[in-house]
Design a protein around this ligand. Structure first.
Ligand SMILES: Nc1nc2c(c(=O)[nH]1)N[C@H]1C(S)=C(S)[C@@H](COP(=O)(O)O)O[C@H]1N2
Ligand SMILES: [Mo]
Length: 223
């Protein structure tokens, strides 16, 4: 829960390269890191080869000339990026396993897009920015800590396996935070809001766990 997370991160100084390095070195191990195969699948999960579609039922269609991504809140340099400007940001590729709370996992998904660490470098979170609230075009919301957002594997993705991300899977652009259950990975991403206070999102206020670590089976909230 949020209280535990802040207890783990008592230092409220600005997100620094040192802290990011510290995160890289082991705080956010994922299935991508060399684990024996028997340990690659989190507890209670089974492997699938297809890619199921899950959402609230509305799959918004956003024309690329209308699409924009706002990054704002507790940051030094808020930005509003149109499609061309988003592609002018540093581009990354990352391969990761995804784990859905409904118990399926899918290995080796290759994402293309803008690494969350590059977004952080661009907007510079303020010292009191401890949380990130994701807002989507279908009005879905979800919340993660700044440290989870800053994970080396996290990416704001516009492509999957070298192809534009399909609408059903959240295109034009979705977040991927592979070390948390997939409901934290907002599809049809519209706004990344940095905040000093946590703001539980759609599933988090409907009984799901606030943090969603698949290795700890944080599926449902315990209250
Ligand atoms: N905008 C938005 N993002 C969303 C959702 C949603 O309903 N709307 N559903 C979440 C849930 S519960 C899951 S399991 C994953 C599913 O992603 P997929 O359909 O690409 O497998 O998206 C997450 N992101
Ligand atoms: Mo889900």
């Amino acid at each position: 829960m949020a209280a535990d997370d802040s207890a783990e991160f008592p230092d409220s100084t600005k997100l620094t390269r040192t802290k990011r390095q510290w995160a890289r070195e082991g705080r956010f191990l994922t299935g991508r890191v060399a684990r024996p195969d028997s340990e690659r699948l989190p507890p209670g999960q089974h492997l699938v080869r297809d890619w199921p579609v899950l959402d609230l039922g509305e799959q918004p269609e956003i024309a690329l000339d209308k699409w924009e991504l706002v990054v704002d809140g507790a940051v030094e340099h808020p930005v509003r990026l149109d499609w061309a400007q988003f592609h002018d940001q540093p581009q990354s590729q990352k391969t990761s396993d995804i784990h859905c709370v409904t118990t399926w996992s899918r290995y080796d998904n290759r994402w293309g897009g803008v690494a969350t660490q590059d977004i952080l470098d661009r907007v510079m979170p303020k010292a009191d920015a401890h949380f990130v609230i994701l807002h989507s075009y279908d009005r879905y919301t979800t919340n993660i800590t700044l440290e989870d957002f800053a994970s080396e594997d996290a990416i704001v993705a516009h492509s999957w396996e070298g192809q534009p991300l399909s609408r059903e899977h959240g295109g034009p652009v979705r977040l991927i935070v592979p070390h948390l259950y997939l409901w934290k990975s907002a599809k049809w991403l519209k706004r990344i809001e940095f905040a000093s206070r946590d703001a539980p999102g759609f599933w988090e206020v409907n009984g799901y766990h606030n943090r969603a670590d698949p290795w700890k089976e944080q599926r449902y909230s315990d209250d």
